[in-house]
Design a protein around this ligand. Structure first.
Ligand SMILES: Cc1cc2nc3c(=O)[nH]c(=O)nc-3n(C[C@H](O)[C@H](O)[C@H](O)COP(=O)(O)OP(=O)(O)OC[C@H]3O[C@@H](n4cnc5c(N)ncnc54)[C@H](O)[C@@H]3O)c2cc1C
Length: 270
């Protein structure tokens, strides 16, 4: 790891000013991606600007029928929050299933969304729940925020301050974890709004998290979870990977989707 300067601003304005004035700057939140990447020399930053002490990036609050979570909130805090568990238990489950205790205690919601790893869990929830990504400059709909593998709509010096989730009638997240990292090989988030579902996939798509429209269409027509077996998903842009062949991933996608949908239907148990 190359040497770097470390800054710990207390306000958003200070963080942005530091970023604009510094040579080769990088924001850091939990550091769970930034630090291993720097150690492996995949990333070089001369100035790390730590966002974790900025008050405006903290907090969990229910407002106007939505749930707003500060960007620097850790996965462990989300998993254990009484408010999240009551209002959006599927998100608490998702956060509690990320990696291990150490990563959950450091890694943050904002860092995960900004990084947009194609196997990360939160992007699936953000898309399925029509999240609004609130930044230092504007508010971006999740559908416009994720622009490709490890790519987002964030511009230079733009900081995610909070994520605002809509609240469905029921939601569930099912994940087949990578045995070493815990990252999703296949993760499916299902959100039911009345008789309408939004289903998203993470871990297996060549474009990062995506909607599973073919399943959504069948569900609106009244399909049961088992009815998803017959849906053609050959068009999905699935990642090629010798460890997890496409046929295996397709099988898991249907399995995870059926389980997630069943968990959103009151009278279906799995
Ligand atoms: C061993 C291991 C296992 C993991 N397993 C999983 C898993 O199972 N599921 C999963 O979803 N994730 C997993 N992760 C990822 C981890 O949970 C973090 O979410 C991820 O590393 C990024 O969050 P962070 O807060 O650590 O961000 P950092 O590493 O600090 O930053 C990541 C990127 O986001 C930028 N950034 C950070 N905060 C902001 C902000 N507020 N606004 C704008 N840009 C920002 C940084 O500049 C950087 O580019 C794993 C990581 C490790 C090391």
């Amino acid at each position: 790891m190359n040497p770097f300067h470390y800054h710990r601003p207390k306000t958003l304005a200070e963080a942005q000013m530091l970023f604009r004035d510094a040579e080769s700057p990088r924001f850091i939140a939990g550091g769970m991606t930034v630090l291993p990447s720097m150690k492996a020399r995949l990333l070089d930053a001369e100035n790390l600007i730590d966002l974790s002490k900025i008050e405006a990036l903290q907090g969990i609050e229910a407002r106007s029928g939505r749930l707003r979570i500060g960007a620097s909130t850790t996965h462990a805090t989300i998993a254990n929050s009484a408010v999240v568990r009551q209002m959006l238990p599927a998100l608490a489950t998702l956060a509690g299933g990320i990696a291990d205790r150490h990563v959950r205690n450091r890694g943050t919601l904002g860092g995960s969304l900004a990084n947009n790893d194609p196997a990360a869990d939160y992007p699936a929830a953000a898309l399925a729940l029509d999240a609004q990504i609130v930044t230092s400059e504007r508010t971006i709909a999740a559908a416009d925020f994720f622009t490709g593998l490890f790519e987002t709509a964030l511009t230079e010096a733009e900081i995610i301050t909070a994520v605002d989730f809509s609240l469905p009638d029921r939601a569930a997240y099912t994940k087949h974890r990578h045995p070493a990292s815990g990252y999703a090989i296949v993760g499916v988030f299902a959100a039911r709004f009345g008789q309408h579902w939004q289903l998203t996939l993470t871990g297996s798509s060549a474009y990062g998290a995506i909607r599973l429209m073919a399943f959504e269409k069948q569900l609106v027509k009244g399909a049961t979870p088992d009815g998803l077996d017959g849906v053609d998903i050959d068009d999905l842009p699935i990642l090629e990977d010798p460890s997890f062949p496409i046929a295996y991933r397709r099988h898991l996608i249907k399995l995870m989707a059926k389980q997630a949908v069943a968990m959103t239907i009151d009278d279906v148990s799995i």
